[in-house]
Design a protein around this ligand. Sequence first.
Ligand SMILES: [Ca+2]
Ligand SMILES: [Ca+2]
Length: 385
Amino acid sequence: MFRKWVLVILATGSSEAGAQTMLLSERFDDGAPGWTFDSSVPPVQWAADATPSLILQWGDAPFVSAPHSLNYNNGTDYGLSGANSGTATSPLLPLAGWAGVVVSFWCAYDTDGFYDSRSLEISKDEFATTVQELRVSWDPRGGQCETTGRWHQHKVFLEPSWGAVRLRFRFGVSDDRFRARAGWFIDDVEVIGYPFSEMPPAPTDLAQSTSPGGPAEPAGFVTERSQLYFRAFVSSGTGRSARILLEGERNDAPFDGLYVRSGNFTEGPGVSEAQDNYWFSGSYHWRCRAQDDRGLLSEWKEFDPAAGPDYTVQVDRPLPLSYEDEEEELSSECYEFPCFGIFPCPCVAGTLRGGGIGWAIPLIVTLGIISGRARVFLRRTQRGG
Ligand SMILES: [Ca+2]
Ligand SMILES: [Ca+2]
């Protein structure tokens, strides 16, 4: 009998040493205990309720777990005019002692994608500063949003080195366009701590190429291609799907982990490849890390730690390009795109030639949304033969 008890205790202890642990699970069905709310224009505000009863007329129910979610509106919509914003702040989350921590949450929205913003802010000092801010709609670090009105899940990695953090969902409106919508809905927030045995290893066999899966180019190569491909062998370490998160920066800028692109998820260990596009000439360096399908991240792996650039892109001629530079101008159209109120707006003026305006407009709008360089002057010219 004594021996049996000893065996049970050892087995339990071994299991717990390698176990993931739920640090927070909040379904908002009995209010939002420990959460605090702030709103600029109540009664448009965050609340744990089930109003409105549908996210869209044809959309999903206003919760994942019945009967409530956390959502930002006045019971019907988020107002008809004027700027407003509201935050929902989580209880304090201790992260220390874990190898990795992932927060997951379900998200649905009925908002104007250009002029209204949905962000997740993370702070270790009560929001005197933030250690990370994600635009939830598109940031690869948190997954990307699905169609309006449909529930989907985001997963965000929390660095245990941050110590203890609070999460803050912020919805902000800066204009009067496309109002009278249901707002932003959050449900089933979970925070899970993982031990070292669960962490994915850093990627290996990093390669850069001018075509998908194409020949590997050496460090320092020069190309006129505006699309490049970056790949690495990734493994979750636990047999799960994994992908790379890619960060490319100008060679004279340090890595900061902010603007990343994601590769494809592998089936088990395999090669994951991400694509990046270049509108401007320059010299760049890059690194990547592995992420498994639970959101866990590996350490970063740099392609070539040597000081020189990993690659140099030479596309068209450097911007801005003055109007008078054209040899012969046959037609000209100018377009100005607003900043969408989303980003601080360092403006870029430039010219795209040839190809017509049709493809260039979505290109520039996409560029603006992704980079924040949203005020672009576009001039179409046609050169004489
Ligand atoms: Ca409501
Ligand atoms: Ca719920």
